[in-house]
Write a protein that binds this ligand. Structure first.
Ligand code: MN
Length: 206
């Protein structure tokens, strides 16, 4: 069996890429605080077994082709825990990403029989594939990413289309698709609240 194709790009996507089935996206940063920890890598996949890794050097975040894709109303963007990535992309690229699908939110709405909603849990249960999270906390600002970093980064986007298909069927079973879509459409606001300092507050709470 041949492994996934991984293509590394510096600073922006190449011209001519299209994602007719929507695009799975993940980001790697230097940490969990968008104001402090810079965006290093954006991973993308069209659900075709190829992962595109866009590496940022920390000096320029121009990336006109990536920005156009993120804002393109005709292309669905599929994330796992979109809340964080959408905030990071807003902070560094100045773009509001959408339309959105989040596999973590879909899982919480559809898989009420468990509290295990991590990407590893979903890939394991829904697809029967074991993935490693070993490189999660590695130095993503390194000028030369290691092969294991690239493989890890690619793994975070290669399975999201298939997971979405499974979760969509489960959402339909519980008649929660519309509720899920409403929650997805609130994500840019939730990300802006995080960036504005309300990250630990539930403004809907009493
Ligand atoms: Mn990741």
């Amino acid at each position: 069996m041949s492994g996934p194709k991984i293509k590394l790009h510096k600073g922006d996507l190449p011209a001519g890429l299209t994602f007719p089935k929507g695009v799975a996206i993940d980001t790697e940063t230097l940490g969990l605080k968008p104001h402090r920890d810079r965006l290093c890598l954006v991973q993308l996949s069209g659900g075709d077994g190829t992962a595109h890794l866009v590496q940022f050097d920390g000096k320029s975040y121009e990336a006109p082709r990536l920005k156009a894709l993120l804002a393109d109303a005709a292309t669905l963007k599929i994330f796992h825990f979109a809340r964080f990535d959408v905030a990071v992309l807003q902070q560094y690229l100045g773009v509001t990403t959408g339309p959105l699908y989040c596999t973590k939110i879909a899982s919480k709405l559809a898989r009420t029989y468990t509290d295990r909603h991590g990407l590893k849990d979903l890939v394991g249960e829904l697809l029967g594939i074991e993935i490693s999270k070993q490189q999660q906390s590695s130095d993503w600002a390194a000028a030369n990413l290691s092969d294991s970093q690239k493989a890890y980064a690619a793994n975070d986007v290669l399975h999201l289309h298939e997971i979405k298909t499974k979760l969509d069927a489960m959402l339909a079973r519980s008649d929660r698709q519309e509720l899920a879509e409403s929650a997805f459409s609130f994500l840019p606001t939730r990300a802006r609240l995080d960036l504005a300092g309300f990250e630990d507050d539930d403004i809907f709470a009493h």
